[in-house]
Design a protein around this ligand. Structure first.
Ligand code: ADP
Length: 441
């Protein structure tokens, strides 16, 4: 029923009591002797407890100690010994796992940093040590003290980590890093810094190449179109040559707009977006592009409509905003049958400012909509070419809007028409007190 040690303890108690009782009988003082023998037993038990406690303390401080106790105390000490050995084994196994994981992450070429829920650095691997010049004393310091680029701090604080963040390294000149942040556990985060210098250099070479080629093509194209114009004006040409010249002129015009759009795109990709941003008055721009749209529409006789509060200003670059809205309006003119309505509307709601170009044209099939802003994506190649399209218009619009923290949303129903909405965050919208809203037809 009892463990061996407990049974022996009961035996010892009974022996103490029996001895006390016997001596008590001899001395004629049974109860006092029983009391004394109980006290003696208690004193012995207390001494054993003290020995056990001293053994546990020594084991805790210096590792397992020799067990010299007896009876139940020896059994308790054996149990403690067993639990301690098991704990040590588990600890060692876990330590080995942690070391293996650390070895693995150390072997990674990517920098790995573990940050706790207070944003303090807990651990890093060798690559991160090289990237950020960490030293052992940096454990427990704020991560944002090390990666103090305003863009990184904004990204880190946003807690929106679906997209990675690309940055030029502050510590090492010419190095590009891509940050991925993965939250885990109880508010901790794993920050991965990938060295993308090679990819970034290739990307830069690609952009430079496109910009240079486009730039180099400009001069020969200007010369060609100049000669073609002179030739076309010449009266001596036969009608067959006249047709050929018309086609040549069409193609040079197409190439010229292609080069213009390519240059625009590469400028948008390479220029610093923060420079030259001012409050841009929206209504005059819309009125101007609608006037140009009317000229482009010509005999097609589209009906134009503007609905834009006069006080709206957008914080941005005037030229770029004008180009984005113009691209959308010219598309509406090109892809809307004659006589139909085209509207440009501006509207502020609780979350954003919307500038919409709406047409009653042929609409766009749902499967094309997600791909429309890709470069050179066209629904109908022939129609786009006939209308003088380069296939770059919506890509330009998307880039411009990105540079203004805005996005392009496209809603369209086949046979009914399309709405292209430029959605700006409210921080970009300034409403200067002005005249009454304008609505013109
Ligand atoms: P493009 O220079 O060919 O017009 P864009 O990038 O401006 O190139 O537009 C991509 C394609 O999207 C166009 O080829 C056209 O098929 C389609 N598209 C653009 N705007 C409209 C619109 N308002 N209505 C119908 N289709 C449109």
């Amino acid at each position: 029923m009892f463990r061996k040690g407990v049974a022996s303890q009961i035996r010892w108690l009974l022996i103490y009591l029996l001895v006390g009782f016997t001596i008590g009988q001899l001395l004629g003082a049974v109860w006092p002797m029983l009391f004394i023998s109980t006290l003696a037993y208690l004193a012995w038990v207390l001494f054993q407890i003290h020995k056990l406690e001293a053994w546990v303390t020594a084991t805790r401080q210096q590792g397992l100690q020799e067990n010299t106790m007896r009876g139940v105390w020896a059994e308790i000490a054996e149990d403690v010994e067993l639990i301690t050995k098991r704990y040590e084994k588990d600890k060692q196994r876990l330590q080995e796992v942690v070391e293996r994981v650390q070895d693995m992450t150390s072997a990674l070429a990517d920098g790995v940093i573990i940050v706790d829920k207070l944003d303090n650095i807990e651990w890093w691997n060798r690559a991160a040590e090289r990237q950020f010049d960490f030293e052992p004393l940096d454990i427990g310091r704020k991560l944002t003290d090390y990666i103090s680029h305003p863009k990184f701090i904004a990204y880190y604080d946003s807690h929106q980590y679906e997209e990675p963040l690309d940055l030029i390294s502050i510590k090492h000149e010419g190095q590009f890093l891509q940050f991925h942040i993965h939250p885990f556990g109880d508010g901790d985060s794993l920050v991965i810094a990938r060295d993308i210098t090679r990819v970034a250099k290739l990307e830069r070479m690609r952009k430079d190449f496109i910009a240079n080629v486009s730039h180099e093509l400009r001069t020969p194209l200007t010369v060609l179109s100049g000669y073609l114009e002179t030739l076309a004006d010449s009266a001596e040409l036969s009608p067959a040559w006249g047709r050929a010249l018309d086609q040549m002129q069409d193609q040079t015009r197409r190439m010229t707009s292609l080069v213009k759009d390519l240059l625009m795109l590469s400028r948008l990709e390479t220029q610093d977006r923060e420079q030259g941003q001012t409050p841009v008055h929206l209504l005059p721009i819309i009125e101007q592009i609608v006037a140009d749209g009317k000229v482009l529409s010509g005999e097609k006789g589209h009906i134009f409509h503007i609905d834009c509060p006069a006080q709206i200003h957008i914080l941005g670059k005037e030229g770029e905003l004008r180009s984005a809205f113009a691209n959308l309006l010219y598309n509406a003119v090109n892809y809307t049958p004659p006589g139909k309505k085209i509207s440009v509307l501006a509207d502020i709601n609780a979350h954003e400012l919307l500038v919409k170009v709406k047409d009653d044209g042929e609409g766009i099939g749902a499967k094309h909509i997600p791909r429309l802003t890709e470069r050179f994506y066209r629904i109908d190649d022939g129609r786009s070419r006939d209308s003088g399209g380069t296939g770059l218009g919506l890509a330009i619009v998307k880039h411009i809007l990105l540079r203004h923290d805005a996005e392009l949303r496209i809603h369209s129903t086949l046979g009914k028409g399309s709405t292209f909405s430029c959605c700006f965050p409210l921080e970009r919208c300034i409403q200067a007190p002005q005249q009454a809203p304008s609505a013109t037809g």
